[in-house]
Ligand binder design. Structure first.
Ligand code: C2E
Ligand code: CA
Ligand code: CA
Length: 567
């Protein structure tokens, strides 16, 4: 420790020690004085009184002085005692205040993460003896980040305070409420072990209460929450028959995570199966972190076809994870996890970078479509990053098409519009993906400068046999005509569907009928067979296409690459 600090420390402790020493000495003297008075006053006092009354001899001067001196000492001791008592009271008050502060969340006045732990343990232990159990409810606000982003942090703080008040207002007696993270609350409620329905009702009431709009700074703010609940006697309860708070919190957290996954704004009780799910998720999460720098994420490509002529127009890049333990993993599994752990931008840039290099070897007439996540839409530098990648790969922006899913638009239409406009200014095409699964209004579609609208595969795949799907595809085709936008279709699996779609005239599409997504080298081999490689690249010494030996064995679907005209 440096000298300055040790001096500071000593300086801080010494005066207090000095006062304490003096207090001990003062009280010692006062006690001695009392003993003296008790011992001597029986003799001196009557003698003194008699002398003062005029009959009797005066007591010795020394003795009288000593007596008076002792009286003074006692008064002094008494005063010091009073002072000390006041000091002790003050200190106790300060300590109590510090304890309350340490246990309380300053913003909402609820308990905090540390204090809820002990308080829950005490509550659970007490409830066991009475045939009751405790429900630990993890309440996580769903859209708090947006509230903060759009309304400012002070509005966000107000929302948190009001949420705390609203939840507290619904909790029965003996309950605990804590704020255990930014937008995460925990409510601990005692209930009869056979009356889980009471907690169900409470969870619903909390959802409903939070969903009531709150007027803050003139705007109505709505909050939804995902709730995970664990009961103290659930799962592998300990010998005493109840779970420690840490275990309870972990279970409630898993259930809350499940509620998020099931679409948010809902509640779930913890079940054992959720734990296995979570283990799998952790495996994915760690796998992504480990596999990204090792290049385990690679682009696959699915051909896009002009449905009238059967000509190949380009490819959609679809990411795959070559996991050493799990095999080839689908993006539906790893993209949402990568989004949640903040790895999506790095992952996406890695596969798009590879795709730009791969596509550089193709015939320059072939386009490349890539998907981007709503998270990347929020990145104000996304357009610049993409332009840099295009420049580095020497890839013409006109050949690139960005696919944005419909759900992106609801997050922030203003941001989406700015991004789409700046991408388009660079010559990049932008299409709206999965159309029909979200709730885009026609007004939104008109106000956003999309180049095309892709019909979601869920309507296309069963188009031939399902009247509803056929009606939706028909309506979307009319909408496209009205807006002057091409309407490509995905998920074309059969000739029947193809024939239906061809009725809509000039339309592009993709699907298993033409081919499954395949890795870069297979695609390159096929293009080589068809003479569709970039002549400049081929001259630069690209491997001979025959070397890949691509054939119908790899992809049994009729290859549109070879075919001219509809199937
Ligand atoms: P998407 O963009 O709608 O991609 C089409 C999906 O449909 C692909 O699934 C494709 O393999 C599948 N598909 C193609 N033809 C057929 C067919 O005839 N029938 C059926 N039933 N399915 C067909 P995949 O490759 O599993 O991708 C799933 C989703 O993952 C994609 O949906 C896309 O939203 C997302 N995704 C893929 N790669 C990326 C990426 O690099 N970044 C981001 N952000 N998302 C990606
Ligand atoms: Ca897509
Ligand atoms: Ca799609």
């Amino acid at each position: 420790m440096d000298k300055g600090k040790s001096r500071l420390r000593k300086g801080g402790i010494q005066p207090r020690l000095g006062t304490a020493e003096r207090d001990v000495i003062a009280l010692g003297i006062a006690a001695a004085a009392i003993i003296f008075i008790v011992g001597k006053s029986g003799v001196i006092l009557p003698q003194l009184l008699r002398w003062l009354a005029g009959f009797g001899i005066a007591p010795g001067k020394m003795l009288v002085n000593a007596l008076l001196f002792n009286v003074v000492l006692i008064i002094f001791g008494w005063r010091r005692y009073r002072q000390l008592s006041a000091e002790v009271r003050e200190r106790r008050k300060a300590e109590e205040h510090a304890r309350v502060l340490a246990e309380t969340d300053p913003l909402t006045g609820c308990l905090n993460r540390r204090s809820i732990n002990d308080a829950t343990n005490r509550l659970t232990a007490r409830s066991v003896g009475r045939g009751e159990v405790v429900a630990f409810m993890m309440i996580d606000l769903d859209n708090f980040k947006q509230i903060n982003d759009f309304n400012g942090h002070s509005a966000g703080d107000l929302v948190l305070q009001r949420c705390a008040q609203r939840i507290a207002g619904l909790l029965p007696e003996r309950s605990l409420l804590a704020r255990i993270g930014g937008d995460e609350f925990a409510a601990v409620v005692v209930f009869d072990r056979n009356r889980e329905d009471v907690i169900d009702q409470l969870a619903v009431a909390i959802e409903q209460e939070l969903a009531q709009p709150e007027s803050i700074n003139g705007s109505d703010i709505k909050v939804t929450a995902s709730i995970g609940i664990a009961r103290s006697d659930a799962g592998h309860a300990s010998e005493e028959g109840w779970n420690d708070t840490q275990v309870l919190m972990h279970m409630a957290d898993i259930a809350m995570y499940h509620a998020k996954k099931e679409g948010r704004n809902c509640y779930f009780w913890f079940e054992e199966s959720m734990e296995a799910e979570l283990r799998f998720r952790n495996q994915i999460e760690n796998g992504i972190r480990r596999g990204l720098p090792l290049g385990e994420f690679v682009p696959y490509y699915q051909e896009q076809i002009d449905l009238q002529t059967g000509e190949l127009t380009g490819f959609e890049m679809l990411a795959r994870w070559n996991s050493p333990t799990l095999g080839v993993v689908s993006p539906d599994v790893f993209i949402p996890v990568a989004e949640q752990i903040g790895a999506i931008a790095e992952l996406s840039e890695s596969v798009i970078g590879q795709a730009l290099r791969d596509a550089g070897a193709w015939d320059p007439r072939l386009t490349l479509a890539v998907n981007i996540s709503p998270i990347q839409l929020r990145d104000p530098w996304f357009a610049q990053k993409l332009l840099k990648m295009l420049t580095e790969a020497n890839f013409p922006p006109q050949r690139l098409e960005i696919e944005i899913t419909e759900s992106c638009l609801h997050e922030n239409i203003g941001v989406a519009r700015t991004l789409i406009t700046s991408l388009k200014n660079q010559g990049i095409h932008v299409s709206l993906d999965d159309f029909g699964t979200g709730y885009s209004s026609i007004a939104q579609l008109r106000s956003l400068p999309f180049d095309r609208i892709k019909i979601d595969r869920s309507f296309v795949t069963n188009l031939a046999e399902n009247k509803d799907s056929a009606a939706i595809v028909h309506a979307i085709a009319l909408l496209g005509r009205g807006l002057g936008l091409p309407i490509p279709a995905e998920g074309i699996e059969t000739n029947d569907v193809l024939l239906e779609l061809q009725r809509y005239g000039d339309i592009k599409g993709q699907g298993y009928l033409y081919g499954h997504p395949q890795p870069a080298d297979l695609i390159k081999g096929r293009l080589g067979d068809m003479g569709l490689l970039n002549p400049e690249e081929a001259e630069a010494g690209a491997p001979a296409p025959e070397a890949h030996g691509l054939s119908a064995e790899i992809d049994p679907a009729p290859s549109a690459l070879r075919r001219q005209g509809p199937a």
